[in-house]
Design a protein around this ligand. Structure first.
Ligand code: MRU
Length: 345
């Protein structure tokens, strides 16, 4: 099976699978400048917390190449301008800020070096972010596989696979490892309104891998859970506070309430780069609100009446009380989260 590679840096260009077009069209979106990366993140050509972090890291590498002929002062100020813009491209996934901070720290640590050396360091750092993410995904997949029963029926939300990362995925990475290890699993994938990351992307990834699955409208999940048809729920995360409160794709909170009501294990799968160690509770997490067209239109066609008001938060926060465990590359943490999570730093 050919692995899906969400993004790749080749000869000074960042090539990304254009996730706005899948599954109908498989097309690469090529960024030659950091501003194109900034656009790609905002417009969700690339999406998913770890993939956004990796894209931002390569955005910094492209910026470094764009400004390599400048004097050191101009180079540093242009780098800061691009890093500040990339940092703001989407607000909720902390991996983005983590990648930008990593680049800022790198420039700070090597401030005595010349521009040429700095450019090389930034490029190497971006490659290191990607290499680390691949290994982290495998480790999460293996830890996660330990809680998946032999014939599990798994419910998942949004897209947390290879497209959302630069490896096998977070929650979908656990699904992959369970399947690849020979377990007889079945997946229900929420379509994930309004952007349909489940219907378009997760369904596509599951089919590429040959994992048996049904796609469901989001509103079907409650019936399946009540009827005892789901053994475990696996979701990803965009930002986790140190008390375990977790921001993830809108609709995740609702699933967690159902899981708690009907005693279904509910696991968050995320690398430690998704933990915001400066945030003690989910109430501090900034939730992105996206355009009304995501709700009033489907595939560019208006489905809602002109003039209707729209509320379109892209994420919600699941309280830690509803979470059975958080599967990270360092192992599975459980309550009391506010004691266990800081140990992962
Ligand atoms: C990679 S797993 C976690 C999340 O990033 C994922 O579930 C999610 O919420 C993605 O949101 P998106 O708005 O598509 O970037």
């Amino acid at each position: 099976m050919k692995e899906i590679i969400a993004l790749e840096y080749k000869q000074g260009e960042l090539h990304m699978i254009d996730q706005r077009k899948l599954p109908q069209v498989f097309e690469m979106f090529v960024c030659k400048t950091w501003k194109e990366v900034d656009f790609a993140i905002q417009d969700m050509v690339v999406r998913g917390a770890p993939a956004i972090g990796a894209a931002a890291a390569y955005g910094a590498a492209l910026a470094a190449r764009e400004y390599e002929q400048e004097s050191k002062d101009v180079f540093l100020s242009k780098m800061e301008e691009s890093l500040a813009a990339l940092n703001e491209s989407r607000p909720t996934a902390v991996n983005l800020m983590w990648a930008v901070k990593r680049m800022r720290n790198l420039l700070d640590r090597h401030q005595q070096e010349n521009v040429e050396q700095l450019v090389e360091r930034i490029e190497a750092e971006a490659h290191a972010v990607v290499a680390a993410d691949q290994a982290i995904n495998i480790a999460m997949g293996n830890h996660g596989n330990t809680i998946i029963p032999e014939k599990a029926t798994i419910l998942t939300h949004c897209n947390t696979g290879a497209l959302a990362t630069v490896g096998i995925g977070t929650a979908l990475g656990v699904v992959r490892q369970a399947f690849r290890s020979g377990k007889n699993i079945f997946v229900y994938a929420d379509e994930t309104r309004p952007r349909l990351q489940g219907g378009r992307l997760t369904a596509w990834e599951l089919m590429q891998e040959g994992i048996p699955a049904n796609l469901i409208a989001d509103s079907v999940a409650a019936t399946l859970i009540r009827d005892g048809k789901i053994d475990v729920i696996l979701v990803g995360a965009d930002r986790i506070a140190t008390n375990g409160d977790t921001a993830n794709k809108i609709g995740t909170f609702m699933l967690s309430v159902l899981a708690k009501t009907y005693n279904v294990p509910f696991y968050v799968v995320a690398p430690t780069t998704t933990i915001d160690f400066d945030m003690v509770s989910g109430s501090e997490i900034v939730i992105e609100e996206r355009s009304s067209e995501e709700v009033t239109h489907i595939d560019g066609h208006r489905t809602a009446p002109e003039g209707i008001g729209v509320y379109n938060p892209a994420f919600d926060v699941t309280p830690h009380e509803n979470i059975t465990g958080i599967i990270t590359e360092k192992g599975i943490v459980r309550a009391p989260f506010n004691e266990q999570i800081p140990k992962l730093k």
